[in-house]
Design a protein around this ligand. Sequence first.
Ligand code: EPU
Length: 426
Amino acid sequence: MDKIHINGGRPLEGTVQISGAKNAALPILAATLLVPGLHSLNNVPDLRDTRTMLKLLETLGATHSRKGTTVYVDTSGLTGAEAPYDLVKTMRASVLVLGPLLARSGYARVSLPGGCAIGARPINYHLKGFEQLGVKTTLTHGYVEARCVTELAGATVYFDMPTVTGTENLLMASVLARGTTIIKNAAREPEVGNLIDMLIAMGADIKGKGSDRLTINGVGSLQPVEIDIIPDRIETGTYLIAVAATGGKVRIEQCNPAHLPALTEKLRAVGAEIVEESNAFVVSCPEQQGRSRCNLQGVDIKTMVYPGFPTDLQAQFMALLIQAHGTSIVHETIFENRFMHVAEMQRLGADITIDGASAVVRGLPPEKLCGAPVMATDLRASASLVIAGLAASGLTEISRIYHLERGYENMVEKLQALGADIRRVS
Ligand code: EPU
């Protein structure tokens, strides 16, 4: 199995380009199922997860091709309505086909995703929402079967907690429903906004983009579209944190600084210098230069729904805090089991204690952090171990790197171009 080897302790320098957002591409690929025809999606990252979603669309009867970063999906002749266990178990976002399949053909059968490394992650809010639109759902043999009793009819759906894929599923189910659907306490993440832009371009009538209350007036028909996927804010944030953790100066291009308000605030508090342009960041960390006199300051973070601090950057930020002065508290409020990286960071010498949903991080001087063999447990934990390995001295060997390939396009190559001593070994 492939591994990543990192010889840490080098500052990052140069320019890096950000890819399209995985978590925007996945619902947008699913939304092509809504209407027969040829859709053009620009800036689609070539990742394990986007390939899994394309495979799923293929099992449903769609065809696709890729030219550069543009993916063409032809959904003219759907032949199936089932997301099988083998695909759902590798990618939970497969549940995103439920909404569009219900809207297009009134029936879908999708394997129920089990728990995963970061928590139980049920889909009860999705199913409750569908039921309010007139769908009957049953669970048999590990599969959710969803069937429209008559036609989909608009309703008011309230989520107990904002759910990103739940909001996306309900949006896709309701755009062709009869009457008006109101989603209250909807997720406000930019990826939801990207899907709304696509649905509006298809002909849907949706109001409230960017707010927690979405109003969808059902329309009679939609047409295929061309749409641009937004830049990946989590990939962007991962590089911002990596530069702060290693020192150096990097220009991060093809990104949207407006999508990372909480992270930039916290990075500045730690000691990083950040210049924001309309679609680029320039980040440097003078406090890290010379590394023997690391002057990064610890800060507390609490993960929240957008625009709060993203849970998908919590592990990476912790890789920065392990070498900052003082004690920092990292409080995770979205997922109940998102500290799997802690035990691996401890192998590098990090001083972290977990107390329920909080981790207490006591920063150490960089020379006390030294490379070690570690194991990736999920996508963002893997990225945090890459950052920790870049910051620690000596060799860090990361195994189970397939997690990383689910969500970061060419990460090893991008970091090599910034001067990191990182390579993939078989
Ligand atoms: N929840 C429920 N019931 C539901 C839905 C959600 O209890 O029916 C709970 C979850 O267990 C969690 C919280 O609500 O505690 C929020 O979960 P959400 O539904 O928002 O998460 P998601 O839609 O499954 C997306 C991203 C995740 C990201 C979260 C939070 C995609 C494909 N996935 O997941 O991305 O962490 O939102 O922002 O958009 C990643 O990219 O590494 C990743 C895990």
